[in-house]
Design a protein around this ligand. Structure first.
Ligand SMILES: [Zn+2]
Length: 401
């Protein structure tokens, strides 16, 4: 199967250069070798006419859960099947890289390895396996329980031994916590510092689920790499925003993944169906969104991750997040697209390889049948997807490896 291509006369869109209309992109052996005009056809390359269409970097989902919304009591082998199906759907949706932040046992690692071996179709996965969380978090199968400094160190080492790519820790309460207050931190700053130091020493980045403002503060003090949700919940259930902390998020280049698709998901307005903590979080949703907008304006980096719930079609989850970033958060379409491309690649430490369209980058690409800068919903019109130069989706259908 060819991994050399010439995509001709297409609008090339990434956030680094201005959109380039009528450009050619040459791909040789899975790598982009040139972006320009009137490029020659590489030997053995197939040619695609891109006129009237837009070529984007492959999309990067920064907060996925391939097995989310599994029914209680689901076995690990059934979970594996569910994850394989959802990985395929994500790829169909243009997601060529996904950071999977929480699964049970070693399911995420198995799906990752099967995709890498060409046994399954799906995005390149970076999985954190089980999440580190305290005893009161709930979801015992999906966590490594750690309640004090020593257990936190052991938890990081256990996860690295289990083959994870990054560490995910629940720093404050959330919708899945049974016995916690959503406005309170789970761990002290000193405990979190141990997790960050241990993870970084072992070459892993740290993603922190943080709804509570005191948890966000600990994250910034301890130097986590990304903050998930960033809920700004005070101890009393009201929003508690800290301007100094926002400045430090920008200066320390900590990426925020607001997971808007969760806060704005269908059913989240049905208040009686929500847990008490979820009702507290829902009550300040619009205020929180205004804070995120101010954070973005003040230079805090944002990345896109829908925290996919299965009720949303998995192939549209990330695009829905990008659409929410435009329509609800108020980002310019290009900024929202960057949250799912180069900004995400930087947050993963993979900016040398993916996230933009430039010579030397891996040919992870999405050919979009329209102009997403003019109509963000055009991102749903994905005519083709390449992974490392391999045509992985053609006319909306997955091409098996
Ligand atoms: Zn999540």
């Amino acid at each position: 199967m060819s991994t050399s291509w010439l995509i001709r006369d297409v609008t090339v869109l990434d956030g680094v250069a201005a959109p380039r209309p009528h450009a050619d992109v040459a791909i040789v052996d899975g790598l982009i070798t040139g972006v320009g005009t009137a490029l020659g056809q590489p030997p053995g390359a197939r040619v695609v006419e891109g006129r009237g269409r837009t070529l984007l970097p492959g999309l990067i989902d920064m907060h996925g859960h391939l097995g989310s919304s599994a029914p209680p009591g689901e076995t690990a082998d059934w979970r594996l099947v569910r994850c394989a199906r959802n990985a395929r759907a994500a790829l169909r949706g243009g997601v060529t890289t996904m950071r999977e932040v929480g699964n049970r046992e070693r399911v995420g690692q198995s799906v990752r390895d099967a995709i890498a071996a060409g046994m399954l179709a799906g995005p390149r996965l970076l999985t954190s396996g089980r999440m580190i969380a305290p005893t009161n978090y709930g979801r015992p199968l999906e966590r490594v329980t750690a309640d004090d400094a020593r257990e936190l160190r052991v938890a990081v080492r256990t996860l690295v031994e289990e083959g994870v790519d990054s560490i995910k820790i629940s720093v404050s309460g959330g919708g899945s916590s049974r016995g916690s207050n959503v406005g309170r931190a789970h761990y002290s700053t000193q405990e979190l510092e141990i997790v960050v130091a241990e993870a970084h020493r072992l070459g892993k980045r740290v993603a922190a689920h943080a709804i509570a403002t005191e948890g966000i503060r600990s994250c910034v003090d301890a130097g986590v790499d990304t903050i998930e949700h960033c809920g700004w919940m005070g101890v009393d259930g009201r929003l508690e925003v800290d301007d100094g902390l926002i400045d430090r998020l920008a200066v320390q280049r900590i990426t925020v993944v607001p997971t808007m698709a969760v806060w704005y998901r269908p059913g989240y307005d049905d208040l009686p169906s929500l847990s008490p903590d979820q009702r507290l979080m829902r009550a300040v949703r619009e205020e929180r969104t205004a804070v995120w907008r101010a954070m973005h304006e003040r230079g805090v980096r944002f990345a896109a991750g829908p925290d996919a719930w299965e009720a949303l079609a998995p192939e549209h989850a990330l695009v829905r997040e990008v659409e929410l970033m435009v329509r609800t958060l108020g980002l310019a379409p290009l900024e929202a697209i960057r949250a799912a491309t180069d900004r995400a690649a930087e947050a993963l430490g993979l900016a040398d390889a993916i996230g933009t369209i430039a010579a030397g980058k891996r040919a992870d690409l999405v050919l979009c049948g329209g102009d997403p800068l003019a109509r963000i919903e055009d991102l749903r019109r994905r005519d083709a997807v390449w992974q490392g130069g391999r045509l992985a989706v053609e006319d909306g259908r997955v091409v098996d490896p």
